[in-house]
Design a binder for this molecule. Structure first.
Ligand code: FEO
Length: 400
């Protein structure tokens, strides 16, 4: 049965939730599920903004038919071709053969590649074009690499409304309210929104900054993303988060300790450091990188100002889970953080050098404490060095 919501006069939410999905994009655990958002504007012309993932397509098509109320679908705007939003496209164009497909040139090429779809139903738009559909105008602004190269957003000035594609979205299915102001966003969504941001578009901070500049030139009263709740209040809060994240600035002053330990000795070292930091009043979190999903590790690394990496040596290199984590940080353009290193090894400790080599490729990194090397386990001498490492980090907080 249809389950639509009129979110603004003549504008309807048609999306749905998948709470059974294990891995979003086959990569990211989403224990709280995910929503796929789609919207319909009913003016003199009817305009659908994006479709949905196959997981919720039955509900979507029922919602669309109900919302149209027997009217023709005139336009379909595709902001983003990734299949979590376009997988229902083939069924859509069969059901609504009159609809023009509003896309940019890159999206048109992807429509051909994914679906073999070409021809006169394609309605090409360029950056800055505007489409009048009656009382409303839909204007288009491009947002390349947020999150794919073809991504565009659209803006309805009469409603001060931005369809933002993946930007400003989040993991997590929607609850009773589909609006951010209808939930405790910090408690229910912020961690997922941060993890979504850094894993999906964290690599493209410059491109996100470009979009924020375009958005700053618009009067925006509502943001409708493709995942997660709709924003109609406190937009400055959301825009400020995106500004901080996309400039790669830490969101929280504090230290996060990441350790990779086989038999517990490196863990012991990590916990000595974390305990000391806690005693010194430094906000600190600690993660075993072998048991925490790398998408969460990545998000936490970007969140905090300081990190401590502790790894045992493995195959003359870095322990595998730490190695994976560092690769992921590199892939997401990690930068501008303060750090310290702890390495362990029973006969030839080498993890520290390899971790340093990875970090050296990141820009704006600053080592704030002398590396500590353990031989198998912590002894009195190395315990003192670990405490000194923590004290150096604490001093950095005092001085900055
Ligand atoms: Fe929600 Fe990049 O797709």
């Amino acid at each position: 049965m249809q389950n639509i919501t009129e979110i603004s006069e003549d504008l309807f939410y048609l999306g749905g939730n998948d709470r059974r999905i294990a891995l979003f994009e086959s990569a990211f655990p989403v224990p709280r599920g995910v929503s796929y958002n789609s919207y319909l504007l009913k003016d003199e012309k009817t305009v659908l903004f994006d479709t949905v993932d196959l997981a919720v397509s039955e509900l979507f098509f029922e919602n669309l038919a109900y919302a149209l109320g027997g009217r023709t679908l005139d336009y379909v705007v595709i902001h983003h071709m990734e299949p979590d939003h376009s997988a229902s496209f083939s069924r859509l164009i069969e059901r609504y053969p009159e609809a023009k497909i509003v896309v940019n040139a890159k999206t048109a090429k992807m429509l051909e590649n994914y679906f073999g779809f070409t021809g006169e139903r394609i309605f090409l738009v360029k950056e800055g074009d505007a489409l009048s559909v009656g009382k409303h105008t839909v204007s288009f602004l491009f947002a390349p690499m947020v999150h794919w190269p073809e991504v565009m957003m659209s803006y309805i000035p009469e409603k001060k409304l931005l369809f933002s594609a993946d930007a400003f979205g989040t993991f997590g299915a929607l609850g009773g309210s589909i609006f951010a102001d209808g939930v405790d966003f910090d408690r229910e969504f912020l961690d997922d929104a941060r993890r979504y941001y850094f894993n999906i578009v964290g690599k493209y901070g410059v491109q996100v900054q470009n979009v924020l500049k375009k958005a700053a030139a618009l009067e925006i009263g509502m943001i409708c993303p493709l995942h997660g709740p709709i924003w109609r209040k406190d937009l400055k809060y959301l825009l400020a988060k995106y500004d901080t994240w996309s400039r790669y600035e830490p969101e929280t002053q504090g230290t996060v300790v990441f350790y990779a330990s086989v038999y517990g000795h490196t863990q012991n070292a990590a916990e000595i450091v974390a305990r000391r930091l806690g005693e010194k009043g430094v906000p600190v979190k600690i993660y075993d990188v072998s048991v925490t999903h790398v998408s969460e590790l990545l998000s936490e690394a970007f969140r905090y100002s300081h990190l401590v990496l502790c790894s045992t040596t493995y195959n003359n290199g870095i322990f595998v889970s730490m190695d994976d984590f560092l690769h992921d940080l590199t892939a997401h353009n990690f930068q501008k953080r303060k750090y310290a290193l702890v390495e362990n090894g029973s006969w030839s400790p080498q993890a520290g050098g390899h971790m340093q080599a990875a970090i050296s490729a990141w820009s704006g990194m600053e080592e704030v404490a002398e590396k500590v090397t353990l031989l198998s386990s912590v002894n009195e001498a190395t315990r003192e060095k670990l405490l000194a490492l923590a004290d150096a980090i604490a001093l950095d907080f005092e001085q900055n």
